[in-house]
Design a protein. Sequence first.
Length: 307
Amino acid sequence: MQRQLRTFQYSGKSPGKRLLITGAVHGDEFEPIAAVRRLIDLFQNRDPQVSTFAGHVTLVPIVNESAFLRGHRCGSDGLDLARTCPGREDGSETEQTAWLLSQLIRQADYYIDLHTGGTELAVYPLSGYSLHRNTAVLDVQRRMARAFNLPVIWGTTPDLQGRSLSVARDANVPAIYCEYLGSASCSPLGVEACTDGCLGVMVELEMLHRTPPASQIRYHVEDDTPESGHMQVCNPSPVTGYFDTAVRLGDSVRQGDLLGTVVAMDGTRTPVMADQQGLVIVLRTFPRVSAGQSVCVVMPTGQQVPA
């Protein structure tokens, strides 16, 4: 059966650029769903905040419906949508969904992909982008990330494949992703921040008139080392067991600091040490961990971009 994405589309009073905003590329990320639903309400009800917007906005609250209905990161075929793009029109459910999402991205002028740490991780509020080799695209992405106005901005390698942002990269569509907590919850502050962030980007893109809020940005880091931005490979657990954390989200750590201890089934305790100095931006909050799974991501803070 051919799959479809449930999209909500709105056109402004004057023509302009096309913005795509998506949530729930992973089925266990809930702040994005609520934020996109809030945006739908604003546009549907012609709220004064958006009544004079220009251009065209496409909103997808739940990209990965199969995974959402399972309450998992991935759908029943076991594929991670954010590793499957651009997908296949005649493929499995995740491959078809990735193909449909890729079509929407290629039709857009700008793209915002909203995420969280899902069921097992928490992510310090951040906006991110790939260090696109087209300097004009890169400049717009930097502006979009700043306008989203979360505490951390992280530019990372453009070479990661299979993601929504890699489709945007190949199509030269300026794109950012945003992360806000997770841990199988839905933070009201996260919903508000994601909603306001999307509206802030619209202001930056001259699709909306609104007074910008005070800046919340604390760090703006660009890191083009291989695998930067690949959160699932950082500080892997050496064994399967119970992860007992020794740090908190947002802590500053030095290389070699203790991040936590994994207690194996036989009671053996194995420490996990920070692989670099920086800021703890991702932390495992679901204690059960399998060997090789990330327990923590440390973002190097020594490569800050001038404000």
